[in-house]
Design a protein around this ligand. Structure first.
Ligand SMILES: Cc1cc2nc3c(=O)[nH]c(=O)nc-3n(C[C@H](O)[C@H](O)[C@H](O)COP(=O)(O)O)c2cc1C
Length: 410
C-alpha cells in the first residue's frame, strides 16, 4: 500500500467541528435515541426511591417483564413495493381524532418524579395532539391541568373511594373542567406488593434520612426543584404521611362491583373507559354494561404479579368484543414498534406510563417531548417498513406473536 501525507485540501471536508448550539439539557435529550436511553438518564438524575417507585412493579416484577418480552418477541412481516411516501398515524378514538395511536396513561404522584409533573405531560400531549390522563392520585389539580391544557384532550382517571360522595365530587369537577373521558381503574381492590418501595422506605412525601441525603448528592437538580417548588401533595386527597400502599388500602373501596360501574356510567356525561381488564369474560361483561372502551392492562405489572400479558390477551378480546367497544391496551410499551404491533392485532389505542415518565425524569417538559418524538419516529418508520400508509391498513398478518410464555385461555 502506497502511503502519503494528508494534504490540507483533503482534510478540510472531513473536519466538521461545529460550535455547540444546544444547552446541556437539550444535548442530553438529543443523545437519547430510545426510551431505554431516557430511562438511563432518568436513573442518574432521580433519587432512588422516586426512580424505583416509577420503574418498579409488584412482587417478582414478572408481569412487567413478560409484557415487555411479549413485545420483544414480535416478528414483523413486511409487505414490499407499496407506496409509503406518506404515512398517516391519526385515528378516531372515543369520539375525536388523535394524532398518534397512543396517549399518556394516568400516573400517581407525578411531581415526585420531576417537579414539572402533570403540567409537563399535559402540555406536551396537547402539542402532540394526543390525550393526557390525569390520575385521582395526581399531584396537580383537575383545574390546573385544564388551565395548562385548555384545548388538548383531557381524560380523568377515577379510583372509587370508600367515600362515594367525594369520588363523585371529583367526577363533577372533571366534567366541568372539560375532561371528555372518565377512565375507571378497576384493578386496585387493594394495593399490589411493591417491594422496592418497602425496601427503599418510600414514604409520601419523601423524607430526608441519612440514606436519602447521601443518595441526593449526585442528584442536586432534582432536590433543588423539589425544595423550591410547591410542596408535594396529592391534589385530590387529604394530606397523607405514610406509604403508598397504606394510602391505597385506606382510601380505596374493595367492594366496587359491576353495579357501581353502571351507576358511574349514568353520572358521567362523556365517554367511559374501564382500565384493568384482564380476561375475555370481563371484557364481555363490560361490553354488556355499555362502556365506550376497555383498557387491557395489568397496571404496568404493579398490581397482581404473573397476571395475563395484555398483548397476548388482545386478539381474543378483539374477536369477542371488538365490534362493540373500543379496545385499548397498556403495559410494557417501550417503543413505537410495540404500539404498531398492538394496533396490528386490533388495539384501537394504547397508553404509555413509564415511557412518558422516563422522559419526564430525564428532562421535564422537554424530556416528555423527546419521549413522544422517539415513539412517533419509531411508529412512522415501522409503518413505512411494513408497507402500510394508515393505521387501518395494519392487520394481524403484519405481526406474528411469538410466545416464550405459553398463554392459556383466560
Ligand atoms: C409510577 C406509576 C404510577 C401509576 N399510577 C397510576 C394511577 O394513579 N392510576 C392508574 O389507573 N394507573 C396508574 N399506573 C398505571 C399506568 O396507568 C399504566 O397502566 C402503566 O404504567 C402501563 O404500563 P407501562 O408503564 O409499562 O407503560 C401507574 C403506573 C406507574 C408506572
Amino acid at each position: 500500500m502506497k502511503r502519503q501525507l494528508p494534504k490540507r485540501r483533503d482534510l478540510a471536508p472531513l473536519l466538521k467541528f461545529k460550535k455547540p448550539t444546544l444547552s446541556p439539557k437539550q444535548r442530553r435529550l438529543a443523545s437519547a435515541l430510545t426510551i431505554e436511553d431516557l430511562r438511563r438518564i432518568a436513573r442518574r438524575r432521580t433519587p432512588t426511591p422516586a426512580f424505583d417507585y416509577t420503574d418498579g412493579a409488584a412482587d417478582g416484577e414478572v408481569s412487567l417483564a413478560r409484557a415487555r418480552e411479549a413485545f420483544a418477541d414480535v416478528e414483523f412481516n413486511p409487505a414490499i413495493l407499496r407506496d409509503v411516501a406518506t404515512v398517516d398515524t391519526s385515528r378516531e378514538v372515543l369520539g375525536s381524532r388523535v394524532a398518534l395511536p397512543f396517549g399518556i396513561a394516568p400516573t400517581g404522584f407525578t411531581r415526585m418524579m420531576q417537579a414539572e409533573g402533570e403540567i409537563a405531560g399535559a402540555t406536551a400531549a396537547a402539542e402532540a395532539g394526543i390525550p393526557f390522563t390525569l390520575s385521582t392520585m395526581g399531584t396537580t389539580s383537575i383545574e390546573d391541568v385544564a388551565a395548562a391544557n385548555p384545548d388538548g384532550r383531557k381524560w380523568f382517571q377515577l379510583y372509587m373511594w370508600k367515600d362515594r360522595e367525594r369520588s363523585m365530587a371529583l367526577v363533577d369537577r372533571a366534567a366541568r373542567a372539560g375532561y371528555d373521558t372518565l377512565m375507571v381503574t378497576v384493578d386496585v381492590p387493594v394495593a399490589g406488593a411493591r417491594l422496592r418501595d418497602v425496601r427503599n422506605g418510600m414514604t409520601i412525601p419523601p423524607t430526608l434520612t441519612a440514606r436519602t441525603l447521601v443518595n441526593a448528592i449526585p442528584r442536586p437538580a432534582w432536590w433543588f426543584n423539589f425544595l423550591t417548588t410547591e410542596p408535594l401533595v396529592f391534589a385530590s386527597l387529604d394530606a397523607w404521611s405514610g406509604t403508598v400502599a397504606e394510602l391505597l388500602d385506606t382510601m380505596f373501596d374493595p367492594t366496587v362491583t359491576y353495579d357501581d360501574l353502571a351507576w358511574i356510567r349514568e353520572q358521567w356525561p362523556g365517554k367511559v373507559s374501564v382500565k384493568g381488564v384482564q380476561t375475555v369474560d370481563d371484557a364481555r361483561k363490560l361490553a354488556d354494561v355499555g362502556v365506550d372502551a376497555i383498557v387491557l392492562s395489568n397496571h404496568g405489572g404493579r398490581q397482581l404479579d404473573r397476571a395475563p400479558v395484555p398483548f397476548h390477551l388482545l386478539p381474543r378480546v378483539v374477536e369477542a368484543v371488538g365490534s362493540d367497544v373500543e379496545v385499548h391496551l397498556d403495559t410494557g410499551i417501550m417503543s413505537g414498534q410495540d404500539v404498531v404491533a398492538a394496533v396490528a392485532h386490533g388495539a384501537d389505542f394504547t397508553l404509555v406510563g413509564r415511557a412518558y415518565l422516563y422522559g419526564l425524569m430525564a428532562g421535564g417538559r422537554h424530556g416528555v417531548d423527546r419521549a413522544i418524538e422517539i415513539l412517533r419516529g419509531q411508529i412512522e418508520r415501522t409503518m413505512r417498513l411494513l408497507g402500510v400508509g394508515t393505521l387501518d391498513d395494519l392487520e394481524p398478518g403484519h405481526v406474528t406473536q411469538l410466545r416464550r410464555v405459553t398463554a392459556r385461555p383466560v
